[in-house]
Design a protein around this ligand. Structure first.
Ligand code: FES
Ligand code: FES
Length: 189
């Protein structure tokens, strides 16, 4: 005996994900954005705000290509939710200088030829800008020999350690260290 045919029903409409409105400062300008709570800062910058200078390498906190500054401190924007930036001050590579007036770190990267393909470079530059501030503030790193006396110019080992969160698949490391050294020497604080 034939089974009664059950009328086809349309699948239930997917519930719309609530969005959050956040306000923050970006490269010196006030901004507001409405995003789903799951959106990373990296995707908010690239996909919502069209600031594509910040790069997506691994999207899991391993390469540093997505480094930006939040309240002056370097972070991996792929590991940060955009909603965590409510009320914060963000700086991306687009906010560091202009073609006419480069940031000293940008100028040093060009003068020292510190890149090849350039994909890691925005993250390297943001990281180096924070490194300069950390060095001026006398913050120690994992290779600082004497935590009680942090003084003098950073050694190349210090620069390598402090830049170790930023990988370069082209292997431009020797020139990156030279560029950071130049920026440190030209802006001692
Ligand atoms: S893309 Fe964020 S650490 Fe690699
Ligand atoms: S310059 Fe190509 S990955 Fe660093």
């Amino acid at each position: 005996m034939d089974q009664p045919v059950t009328p086809a029903t349309a699948p239930p409409a997917a519930a719309e994900t609530p969005r959050c409105r956040i306000a923050f400062e970006l490269n010196g300008q006030p901004h507001e954005l409405e995003v789903e709570p799951r959106v990373t800062l990296l995707d908010a910058l690239r996909e919502h705000l069209k600031l594509i200078g910040t790069k997506k390498g691994c999207d899991r906190g391993q390469c540093g290509a997505c480094t930006v500054l939040v309240d002056g401190r370097r972070i991996n924007s792929c590991l940060t939710l955009a909603v965590m930036c409510e009320g914060r001050s963000l700086t991306t590579v687009e906010g560091l200088g202009t073609p006419e007036a480069l940031h000293p770190v940008q100028a040093a990267f060009i003068e020292q030829d510190a890149f090849q393909c350039g994909y890691c470079t925005p993250g390297q530059i943001c990281s180096a800008v924070a490194l300069l501030d950390e060095a001026r503030a006398g913050r120690a790193s994992a290779v600082t020999p004497d935590l009680c006396r942090i003084e003098g110019p950073l050694s190349d080992d210090e620069i390598r350690e402090r830049m170790s969160g930023n990988l370069c698949r082209c292997g431009a490391y020797p020139n990156i260290v030279r560029a950071v050294r130049q920026a440190l020497d030209s802006n001692p604080g």
